[in-house]
Design a protein around this ligand. Structure first.
Ligand code: ADP
Length: 543
């Protein structure tokens, strides 16, 4: 058995079989688009019958002469008889969408006609008298049953067309156009299928058996396209359905080749098991698809929420910038007047008052820095920060900065040293205001977090020709964990907070963001807690 079963495999029979597969795929695609719709289901049934018919036709054409040849011919004709019934269901479901209204008369007529046609097909020597195998094709010698069978097909085809025409006349708009296309498709399809599979064989033309399926698949394709439009979503479900059906079909064929009761029982058990696992598989795939659709929906909702959050975030950034601006003005006034009082511009003051006013000045200066950090971060987030790049002498900038900050350093008992080769020039294309802010934050941190010792600033060029600015200190240092976090927003080490309460945890984050826009880098190194820290900034050399 097995391979000897199909001895006449021709290119035409393969094509016809392939067309059957295609019909099944199209039907499944339409159905899986929305399995709750009855019109999708009835179209699927129609496509499935067509697909079975085409595959059986392909198989019949290639099958070896013998008993199975007759069996497959009978099953082929049962499916031929089923096609117009499924078309009828499809047409009936077209306008109703959610359900098919089946009156008792309709059920009765459909059942009776089907029983009659089954009788016509299964009665020996009535529809088929003989099958003659020629070298290229099979000749079916029909009996008197053919007239009845053709009448059955004609009756259904005419009913289908009549119903479609009625629906076409009653509908309007896009639906009317869709109806017209479906009407034309069914009409042309019916004519060709009847011609190729009933009329031609009747006229002893047998080698055109592939003609019907070919036209049929176009029809299925067009109707499927009309329903599905652009939906290719559930290909996986279609494929699973399809392969389960194919395996079951092959096993069903195998049943006929059983040569003992035991063989038959084993094959039946296998078939039942395959069917059961197939159903489970299809269910699980469908479940997966439903989940995926649910996930898609959630992703969409999430995207919408994300958009809303973006807008809110922008509003927050704008609010922070405006609020900070309003706070900074009065603070600048406080700074200005406390400095003037300290300089004794309004008359002399005693030492105690001087000390108190100096504290006020230092605190309000810190507040200005924090407010400026808030402004910078909001501008960075909303992408509104402007950069004005120009060739800048970094050596001069750092020398100036050190001179300014040495006063505060001295007050803290520290000395800032600059290490740089005298003849080297350090020119880079930067926004000098921003880079000044970055370096001054690093030196400021070094002073803040160093209780005693020194602060070193060095300027070198590395092997790759980049400029490296290093700020190192002998201060509290950082643990490995701290090192990982310090460039994040609002990130402050516990030790740092104990040591210096006034920080915002924003300076290094801002520095990193600003350096990104300069195609530069910033990183930190420390041997551990209490062992000092080194911060490095890398910038391009434009010399
Ligand atoms: P702030 O100094 O306002 O807290 P920064 O973003 O400038 O914010 O610094 C973040 C954290 O990095 C600090 O809170 C501190 O824990 C750590 N840090 C920065 N510079 C040093 C330094 N020179 N030595 C030790 N720790 C430092």
């Amino acid at each position: 058995m097995g391979l000897e079963l199909f001895t006449n495999i021709t290119p035409q029979s393969i094509v016809v079989f392939g067309i059957g597969i295609l019909g099944f795929i199209i039907g499944s695609l339409v159905y899986s688009r929305d399995i709750s719709r009855i019109d999708n289901l009835s179209f699927f049934l129609f496509a499935w019958c067509f697909s079975m018919w085409a595959m059986l036709l392909g198989a019949f054409e290639s099958i070896a002469p013998g008993n199975l040849e007759y069996v497959s011919l009978m099953i082929l004709y049962i499916f031929t008889a089923l096609i117009p019934v499924t078309v009828l269901f499809f047409i009936m479901s077209l306008t109703t969408g959610s359900k098919i209204i089946l009156t008792k008369t309709k059920i009765f007529s459909i059942s009776v006609s089907f029983i009659v046609v089954l009788y016509i097909i299964l009665t020996p020597n009535f529809l088929f008298k003989n099958i003659i195998n020629s070298s290229s094709t099979k000749e079916i010698i029909f009996g008197n049953g053919l007239i009845l069978f053709t009448l059955y097909l004609l009756m259904y085809t005419l009913t289908d067309l009549f119903l479609l025409f009625k629906k076409y006349r009653r509908s309007a708009g896009i639906f009317k156009t869709e109806m017209l296309y479906i009407f034309l498709s069914v009409f042309i399809g019916a004519v060709f299928v009847l011609l190729a599979n009933i009329i031609f064989p009747y006229l002893d033309i047998y080698n055109l058996f592939w003609f019907g399926p070919l036209v049929g698949i176009f029809i299925i394709g067009i109707i499927g396209f009309l329903i599905i439009k652009y939906n290719f979503w559930n290909l996986k479900l279609a494929a699973t359905d399809f392969f389960t059906s194919i395996i079951s079909l092959v096993l069903l064929f195998e049943l006929f080749s059983s040569n003992s009761i035991l063989d038959f029982t084993i094959k039946t058990t296998i078939l039942v098991l395959v069917l059961l696992s197939g159903v489970l598989l299809v269910r699980s795939v469908r479940y997966e698809i439903e989940n995926r659709e649910e996930a898609e929906k959630l992703v969409k909702q999430l995207a919408e929420v994300n958009d809303d959050l973006h807008i809110l975030n922008e509003q927050k950034s704008e609010f922070v910038v405006t609020a900070s601006r309003h706070l900074r003005g009065p603070l600048m006034d406080i700074n200005k007047y406390t400095s003037m009082i300290l300089d004794e511009s309004f008359g002399s003051i005693n030492d105690k008052a001087k000390e108190a006013i100096d504290r006020i000045l230092q605190s309000s200066k810190r507040l200005v820095v924090i407010i400026e950090d808030f402004m910078s971060i909001s501008k960075i987030e909303s992408g509104k920060i402007d950069y004005k790049f120009s060739r800048t002498n970094l050596k001069e900038m750092i020398e100036e900065l050190i001179e300014e900050m040495s006063i505060t350093a001295k007050q803290n008992g520290l000395e800032i040293k600059l290490k740089v080769k005298k003849d080297d020039d350090f020119i880079s294309n930067v926004d000098s205001g921003k880079i000044r802010q970055v370096i001054s934050n690093l030196i400021d941190n070094a002073i803040k977090y160093t209780p005693g010792g020194f602060v070193n600033v060095s300027l070198v060029k590395n092997k790759n020709g980049k400029i490296i600015i290093k700020v190192s200190d002998t201060g509290i240092g950082m643990s490995e964990l701290t090192l990982k976090k310090i460039f994040h927003q609002f990130s402050r080490a516990k030790e740092a907070s104990k040591f210096h309460t006034g920080g915002s945890g924003l300076g290094l984050y801002i520095a990193r963001e600003m350096l990104k826009r300069h195609d530069g880098r910033i990183w930190a190194e420390s041997a551990g807690h209490g062992k000092g820290s080194t911060f490095c900034v890398e910038l391009n050399d434009e010399n």
